[in-house]
Design a protein around this ligand. Structure first.
Ligand code: PLP
Length: 393
């Protein structure tokens, strides 16, 4: 690591999170860890920690990502959640990848290839996202018939994706009804993996009786989708309004709180590379955008928007003290500090003393976006027991 900016990823925390989730929600046979985009940008080498924690299947968004996971683990089953270009079925077979069938057309083309090799497939249902999957029951039934007649393809699973958590709306209920309607004429006892819920729908609804699997995404990375009880006057008023709305629209109740103990495992650090004195009235950064209000010091920190970090992050921690970010550029941010700050001091951007959810609030984004916006220019250092491993992308 030549440039002293890095994301510290604690693989042990991720393992413990998965253990905690799979122990509490122990009524499933398949725990599918979603590791899209290098495991929500935590770094692909965490997959073995997730497996040790209890994931017995993994899911990626593309074949490229699946091959990266296969490189880390030769045996774990891997589902690619999006359709794969049919030209690359040789790679799918060679690396034992499970594929998603999202339409009758795709299935027919795949059957036509007559690959003469076993391929495991999952059908994807579209129950409200209007993104991918079978929407029409007749098409699904025809696909089910075709796949049963084919000797190469094995229908191992069926899944769908909920558009909402159903806390304040009717869409979760509607989607679940649509799942039931679509699957009405399919013998589910013949299909081992039926997975519909994602992190937040898992914790906020009773188990779907016929589900045998669940896809764990953001929850593994430390985010509990439960709605916190807000005992303020406004909070209580909101709860009353919500109850009234749920009753009026006959929406099933959600499970609001749970006792899952989860931690985030991603902390972003950098270093001070320069400190300079500034006097009242001087300007800092591009467009002279920040005016110094009284004599102070500016610390320059070796991370910028090319790493995914901007002035809007608001503040950083240096030597246990919080300081405001006053300017940003491609590779550096400038922080208004006092004279205690020195070149080479460590800077926390977020993850430990600055909570991920607080940065998200300031940026008006959610944790998915925050993790995914830290670019691969930032090396990842993984902690596992006493071992530290650096990964450069
Ligand atoms: C199809 C599918 N399943 C599961 C997930 C995981 O979602 P979450 O992180 O909300 O659990 C995603 C995330 O994008 C997804 O697209």
């Amino acid at each position: 690591m030549y440039r002293l900016s890095y994301a510290l990823i604690n693989n042990d925390i991720l393992k413990d999170n998965v253990k905690e989730i799979t122990t509490k929600y122990n009524d499933y046979k398949y725990y599918i860890g979603v590791v899209k985009n290098n495991a929500y940008n935590h770094g692909i080498n965490i997959v073995n920690s997730l497996i040790q924690g209890g994931c017995n299947y993994l899911a990626t968004s593309s074949l490229e990502e699946a091959l990266n996971v296969r490189h880390e683990n030769a045996l774990i089953p891997i589902l690619v959640l999006e359709p794969i270009n049919l030209e690359y079925m040789d790679l799918v077979i060679k690396n034992n990848i499970t594929i998603t069938i999202d339409s009758l057309d795709y299935l027919q083309k795949l059957i036509k290839l007559n690959l003469k090799k076993k391929i495991k497939v999952h059908f994807k249902l579209d129950v409200g996202m209007n993104r991918l999957g079978f929407k029409d029951k007749k098409e699904l039934d025809k696909a089910y018939k075709l796949i049963n007649e084919d000797n190469n393809l094995e229908l191992e699973g069926i899944f769908s994706h909920f558009a909402t958590n159903g806390y304040y709306d009717i869409y979760y209920d509607q989607s679940l009804n649509k799942i039931k309607e679509l699957l009405k004429d399919i013998d589910l006892s013949k299909i081992p993996i039926l997975h519909f819920d994602r992190s937040n729908t898992l914790v906020s609804h009773p188990k779907i009786p016929f589900a045998t699997g669940v896809r764990l995404g953001i929850i593994m990375y430390g985010f509990n989708g439960s709605v916190k009880k807000d005992n303020s006057f406004k909070g209580k008023l909101r709860a009353i309004k919500r109850d009234w709305y749920l009753k009026k629209n006959n929406i099933s109740r959600t499970i609001d709180t749970n006792d899952l103990k989860l931690k985030t495992a991603f902390t972003l650090y950098s270093r001070v590379i320069s400190v300079r004195k500034v006097i009242k009235g001087e300007r800092v950064g591009y467009n002279a955008s920040y005016e110094v209000e009284e004599d102070a010091y500016i610390a320059t920190v070796a991370l910028g928007y090319a790493d995914g970090v901007t002035k809007q992050f608001g503040k950083v921690i240096i030597n246990d003290k919080s300081y405001p970010i006053v300017s940003d550029s491609m590779d550096m941010i400038m922080v208004l500090v006092d004279k205690s700050v020195k070149v080479d001091d460590e800077v926390e951007i977020f993850g430990d003393k600055i909570k991920v959810k607080d940065v998200c609030k300031r940026l008006k984004i959610n944790s998915y976006h925050l993790f995914n916006q830290i670019t691969n220019r930032v090396p990842r250092i993984h902690i596992e027991g006493n071992k530290k491993t650096e990964i450069k992308y």
